[in-house]
Each structure stands twice: as structure tokens, then as C-alpha cells.
Write a protein that binds this ligand. Structure first.
Ligand code: FDA
Length: 392
């Protein structure tokens, strides 16, 4: 079979690229080895797909070249995607911090992309595994489970390594290497962190305890959002965000009450409740079980009247800057994204086309561009898919 554009991967980036190229009159085929397209879109945002973020800027993306994402993000903005969502009459709402979610279901986003592909004449074949890819004089020859496909342009949109049970594979990295591209080391991002040793021993039975607002910090980077203790460590948005910046050996700092000066609050409490024990007073500010545990393991509980100002300020300071050494992450099994990947040095930032092999493109998560939690990763998938779709 002959097509103009063959896209490997019917995820967010691949489907956006397919509809964009199809709208230009290109004959497009998308193949995916999964049994249905857009599986990660379906599971995203708790089933409601956080499909973009109103505050997208290049600053919310990690990459060895932080400038690479600028061009594509500027040419396909959150408002372009919102216009598409509105054209399909999909109801949505802003949850917090500019994060846009479907009111009903992420199925509607997949349906919308497939309808756009169909309207543009782009075909989507699933399940259809890719067995081999080679360069030919006219373009590429790709051996798939449904036969050989000849294409002028080949777009690799096969995603990263996160959630292998949903069909993630390293095919995109293998193809990049096959065609002479550098692949930067990959690691799990937006992922819970694990604790070990004393920290795990002391805090593991707090699993389920949550702080609505905490601050995580590694070096100068910090995030303020919810935090959750788990059986193996810590999770919640503040932890997922910082996990993309955390490297083994880095000290992680937690601020358990970033919105209020705890030292001054404790001093005021001492005046109001001089006979109350520290653990009970802290239990009014922090989850009770956590306050209890901190006083058993780390702070000394006694009646408030026995604490001088300096000691209460010191306790406050420690709770605002609790150093924790994470032992690792939960890995690709639960990670939302994969950091690293196809080196942007080898790609055009305006079209995502390979600088070494004309007609070859890499888009979406397989590229070394990773967004924060909050709709940024889909916006990168839409923007990079659109960039390639306008030229492939
Ligand atoms: P994506 O992974 O979507 O698609 C790749 C496709 O390639 C898949 O369909 C896969 O089957 C196929 N493929 C892989 N190997 C292949 C092979 N060997 N042969 C053929 N096909 C192959 N982001 C966000 O912005 N908002 C959110 O709400 C969420 N929520 C979320 C929840 C969970 C649980 C996860 C795991 C991730 C998110 N994300 C997210 C991240 C987001 O899902 C991710 O960044 C995008 O899906 C990436 O889009 P891509 O198209 O690049 O890859």
C-alpha cells in the first residue's frame, strides 16, 4: 500500500498530526499496535482528560534544550485546541491553575480526534504492529502486521515508556537510533517517590494521610499542591511535579504548611492553650496522625507552656523545611510521562523533522520535551503533532 504520510502511534500527538496532514489533502495512515486508539487519553485526568492548560509557557517544560518547544507551542496554543473542543460541543471546565478538563468523559476527546481524522480522510488502523522500517529512495517502507506500507513521510508518535501495560514501548527510541539520532537517557517523570530505611519505617503506616497544600522543593525548584503518604513513600500533585526534577541522591525538602508561619502560630497557640500538648496543638494544623507521628519520631511533645519562643520558632522552621531522602521512584509502571528521549538537537523546532533524514518526524512524548502536571503534556502532543502535520 502507498500513502503520503504514515504515522506510528494513534495517541494524542499521532492523531493530531493525522488530522492536520489529512486536512492538507495528504493521504494519511495511522497504525498502532494497541487494540484501540488514544488509550492514554482515555485514562487521563481520572477519565476526564486534562486536555490543556490556559497558562502554557515554555517554562513549564523540561528538555536539554529549553528553547526547542517554543516555536510549536506558539503556533498551536491552548486556544486553538479549545476552539476544536468547542466546535465539537464538548463541555469543559477549569479545575484549578488553568487546568481544563472535560465535564463528562475523556472518551469525547478521542471521539473528536477520530471524527476529525475521518473528515480529513486519515485512516487509523488498530491493532497493527510495526515490524520493520527502512529508508527507500521515495521515502520509507514499513512492514506492519497488515502488510508493507510505502510512505513519503514517516512520523514517529509512539510515545514514551510510561505505563507499559497500556502499550508503551521503546520503538520510537529504537527508530531514532536506527536513523542516526541521539537519544538522551530516559527516566520516569510525574511519578510517586519511594522512601526507604528510617523514613519508610517511620511514615509508611501513614498511608492515606493527605495534606491539601504542601510544598516540595529540590534545589531552587518548588511546587505547592497536595501531598499524600503512601505505603511505599509519598505522592500527590506536589510530589509528582517535583519528581521530574528529582535525581537519585537529591535531598527533597517538604514544607508542611507553606501558607502560614507555623512558629508564630505556635507562639499564639501557647498563649491560648498553655496546658495543651504540642502534638495536639499541631494536630489542629496538620493531619492528626501525622502530627502524632512527628512528635513521636522527630519533635518532643510537652505542654505548650514549657516551650520558649525560640524553640517554637525552631519547630516551625523544621516543619517548613523537612529534609527527606527519597530512595527512588515508582518507575514507569505508574509514571505519567517519560523524561528524556529523542534529542531535540537532531530535529527542526518548527516542523519536528529530522535534520539527518528528510521526511522523518518525531512528535509528542518520544521527544525530549516533558511538561509539568496539569495539561501541559497534552498541549505538547497537540502542538508538536500540529507542527509536523502542517509539513509532513
Ligand atoms: P501516547 O502514549 O499517547 O501514544 C503513543 C501511541 O503509540 C500509543 O497509542 C501506543 O499504543 C503506540 N505505540 C507504542 N509503541 C508502539 C509500537 N511498537 N507499535 C505501534 N504502536 C505503538 N497529560 C496531560 O496533559 N493531561 C492529563 O490529564 C494526563 N493524564 C495522564 C494520566 C496517566 C495515567 C498517564 C499515564 C499520562 C497522563 N498524561 C496526561 C500524559 C499524556 O498521556 C502523554 O503525555 C501523552 O499521551 C503523550 O502523547 P503521545 O501521542 O506522544 O503518546
Amino acid at each position: 500500500m502507498k500513502v503520503d504520510v504514515l504515522i506510528i502511534g494513534a495517541g494524542a500527538a499521532g492523531l493530531m498530526c493525522a488530522m492536520t496532514a489529512g486536512q492538507r489533502g495528504r493521504h494519511v495512515l495511522v497504525v498502532d499496535h494497541a487494540n484501540r486508539p488514544g488509550k492514554k487519553i482515555l485514562m487521563s485526568g481520572g477519565g476526564r482528560c486534562n486536555f490543556t492548560n490556559l497558562g502554557v509557557t515554555p517554562a513549564q517544560f523540561l528538555s536539554a534544550n529549553p528553547h526547542f518547544c517554543k516555536s510549536a507551542l506558539a503556533r498551536y496554543t491552548p486556544y486553538d485546541f479549545i476552539a476544536l473542543v468547542e466546535k465539537h460541543r464538548i463541555a469543559y471546565h477549569e479545575k484549578e491553575l488553568g487546568q481544563l478538563f472535560c465535564d463528562e468523559s475523556s472518551k469525547l476527546i478521542v471521539r473528536m480526534l477520530l471524527d476529525e481524522c475521518a473528515a480529513a480522510g486519515a485512516r487509523v488502523e488498530t491493532p497493527c504492529a510495526v515490524q520493520a522500517v527502512r529508508k527507500t529512495e521515495e521515502g520509507f517502507s514499513v512492514l506492519t502486521a497488515r502488510g508493507e506500507v510505502h510512505a513519503q513521510s514517516l512520523v514517529v508518535a509512539s510515545g514514551g515508556l510510561s505505563i507499559p501495560s497500556m502499550g508503551a514501548t521503546g520503538l520510537g527510541y529504537e527508530l531514532a537510533r536506527q536513523f542516526g539520532h541521539n537519544v538522551l537517557p530516559t527516566r520516569a517523570g510525574l511519578v510517586p517517590l519511594t522512601l526507604s530505611g528510617k523514613h519508610l519505617e517511620h511514615y509508611q503506616d501513614l498511608a492515606g494521610v493527605a495534606l491539601p497544600v504542601a510544598q516540595t522543593r529540590v534545589g531552587k525548584r518548588n511546587f505547592r499542591a497536595g501531598l499524600l503518604f503512601t505505603h511505599r513513600g509519598i505522592s500527590g500533585p506536589a510530589v509528582l511535579q517535583i519528581s521530574s526534577y528529582w535525581q537519585p541522591g537529591d535531598e527533597l525538602h517538604l514544607d508542611l504548611s507553606p501558607e502560614q508561619n507555623l512558629g508564630e502560630w505556635l507562639i499564639a497557640q501557647r498563649t491560648e492553650r498553655p496546658a495543651a500538648e504540642l502534638r495536639n496543638v499541631l494536630g489542629d494544623k496538620l493531619p492528626r496522625r501525622l502530627a502524632q507521628r512527628l512528635c513521636e519520631r522527630w519533635l518532643q511533645s510537652k505542654p505548650m507552656r514549657q516551650f520558649p519562643d525560640a524553640e517554637l520558632r525552631d519547630i516551625g522552621g523544621r516543619l517548613h523545611d523537612w529534609p527527606i531522602v527519597a530512595s527512588g521512584t515508582e518507575g514507569y509502571r505508574t509514571a505519567e510521562v517519560t523524561l528524556g528521549g529523542v534529542d531535540t538537537d537532531g530535529l527542526s523546532s518548527s516542523s519536528m523533522q529530522s535534520k539527518h533524514v528528510p521526511g522523518l518526524y518525531f512528535i509528542g512524548e518520544v521527544v525530549d520535551v516533558t511538561g509539568w502536571l496539569g495539561g501541559y503534556n497534552f498541549q505538547w502532543a497537540w502542538a508538536s503533532g500540529h507542527a509536523a502535520g502542517t509539513v509532513a
